[in-house]
Design a protein around this ligand. Sequence first.
Ligand code: ZN
Length: 309
Amino acid sequence: MKLRFVCQALIACLLTTVAYADHHGEKIQVMLLTGQNNHGWEALSARLEEILDEAGMFETDVVVSPKLGEDMSGFKPDFESYDVIVLEYNGDVWPRETELAFERYMENGGGLVFTHAVNHTFKDWKAFNLMMGIGGWGGRFQESGPFVHWRDGKIYLDDSPGQAGACVDAHAFEVVTREPDHPIMKGIPPVWLHGKDELYSNQRGPAENFTILATAYSDPKHEAHWGPMTHGTGEHEPMIFTTTYGKGRTFGTPMGHVDNGAKVGAPAPAMDCEGFITIVQRGTEWAATGKVTQKVPKSFPGKDKVNLR
Ligand code: ZN
């Protein structure tokens, strides 16, 4: 009886040690999935990889899809081996088997991170749109869900018809925190100035299990492009948000433009912004684990001055 107790205690102790080693000494495993985008995926993914490496807590494998228009039938990334998938992809539809594998991965507690033009992709993949929460362009109209804005201190859904997606001339803009107690936002200033970027508006989508963490004002004094608007919407647009899908977590932002054809390493103020870098690092940790252990750097921008790396 006594021996059995000792054995049980020993086994319990060993199991605890193994669990501890699993979750504390090892880095968060990241798949950075890229290969197609209307925004220079090479430059984008190289910068994202740098941003992730710099945090010191992620181990990143870059998975490159077939090129736009090439045969996708053999594209079957091993999602299950990763804590979080950072998607830098806007392109051809995946094989249904790959879509289903990704749905299972998210349902079972996977993580998804996406920035900027990723929100154009996969308009007809219903589960993916539930994971993203909101998107733009790519053929999205009212069937994709309501327009999502922020009014009077809360999310505002607008069922008006019209194309999803517009953006105003790239400029530095203020990002306003709306959920200061969310793990991603703890310690982030209430208002900060983001480096010159395209400010997306008119995002629409199912927005289920969706939380807006920060917004930016689409000022009508700016001219708008790539959509039905001639000028900014005069609305506070979702800029940082989370979605849950099954047990999975998504962190998303429409920030992070780089020019199509940009060379790897070329300056891109939207991605060189200390605020953007910090938010992506924190959002990726949260999507992977549900927590954020990183400190907000002292160099995080305030509302008066952009801080670029
Ligand atoms: Zn862009």
